[in-house]
Write a protein that binds this ligand. Structure first.
Ligand SMILES: Nc1ncnc2c1ncn2[C@@H]1O[C@H](COP(=O)(O)OP(=O)(O)OP(=O)(O)O)[C@@H](O)[C@H]1O
Ligand SMILES: [Mg+2]
Length: 254
């Protein structure tokens, strides 16, 4: 049984069909990439899966249960965490504090706690710190724990975002263009971090324009163009698909 099924997803903005009858499934433990030119509907698809916008039609099934009607924090509680196309860290908080915010999201979703996002009992605090430190170490961030994230290089900020999402103990991660703005060295570090996360059994849905990263680490790829799925398959199949080459790999995004 797939961990996630997206079925006939549709969402328009005015007259624009941003996501148009998109269906695909994601097997547990795999990295599945969503690619396509700018404006193809990739981020909208993530917003639909994560519950931040509602579909006009269609369903999202996570571990056999329909989640499309749930609010975003309930979907996060069920085990789907995300990172954003534009980094959304708290710039004046340290790396450790930013990771703890992710932990809090799992433990205490809700408005009041969001205003004071830290664990409250000593035991909880100790566990949360230990877990955050463990995640940071696994992603090579241990030296940066006390640094405010605004003082980190861009690549490390992307890794902190990953760490924060992991602190919520997800079963599935949605990563929206994690390599955007990274140099080659930073992209390599990110690639290693994503593959380490996969090794822990977490399923990953990855939107990315960096084709070498996508081709290196994805198990399967879905291609969107103008809201529609135009191809799905193994990286090698996608690379030689004439329609994909025409709409995507042949244009400026490649
Ligand atoms: N809230 C919104 N209101 C109106 N139009 C929107 C909204 N969100 C997205 N769109 C439009 O829907 C289309 C798909 O946008 P989306 O952000 O999903 O594309 P994308 O594939 O993520 O592109 P990119 O690679 O540039 O991030 C675009 O034409 C966009 O302008
Ligand atoms: Mg996008």
């Amino acid at each position: 049984m797939p961990i996630l099924e997206v079925k006939n997803m549709c969402r328009s903005f005015g007259g624009l069909k941003a996501v148009d009858e998109v269906s695909f499934s994601v097997e547990s433990g795999q990295i599945k990439a969503i690619i396509g030119p700018n404006g193809a509907g990739k981020t909208t698809l993530f917003n639909l899966i994560a519950g931040s916008i509602r579909p006009d039609r269609g369903a999202v099934i996570f571990k056999g249960a329909d989640i499309y009607a749930l609010p975003p924090h309930k979907i996060a509680e069920k085990g789907i965490m995300r990172t954003f196309q534009n980094i959304k860290l708290f710039p004046h908080l340290t790396v450790m504090e930013n990771i703890l915010v992710g932990h809090h999201r799992k433990m205490r979703a809700g408005f009041l706690h969001a205003a004071f996002p830290f664990p409250r009992t000593y035991r909880e605090e100790k566990d949360a710190f230990e877990k955050a430190a463990h995640i940071a170490k696994s992603l090579g961030l241990e030296k940066h724990l006390a640094i405010e994230t605004e003082n980190l290089d861009f690549g490390s900020q992307r890794i902190v975002e990953l760490a924060r999402a992991l602190a919520g103990e997800p079963e599935m991660l949605l990563l929206d263009e994690p390599a955007a703005g990274l140099n080659i060295h930073e992209t390599l570090q990110l690639s290693e971090a994503i593959q380490k996360i996969k090794e822990t059994g977490i399923t990953i849905l990855l939107i990315e324009h960096d084709m070498s990263l996508v081709m290196d680490i994805s198990d399967e790829i879905v291609v969107l163009s103008y809201g529609k799925k135009i191809a799905e398959g193994l990286p090698a199949e996608i690379q030689r698909n004439p329609e994909v080459i025409a709409v995507y790999l042949g244009n400026d995004n490649a």
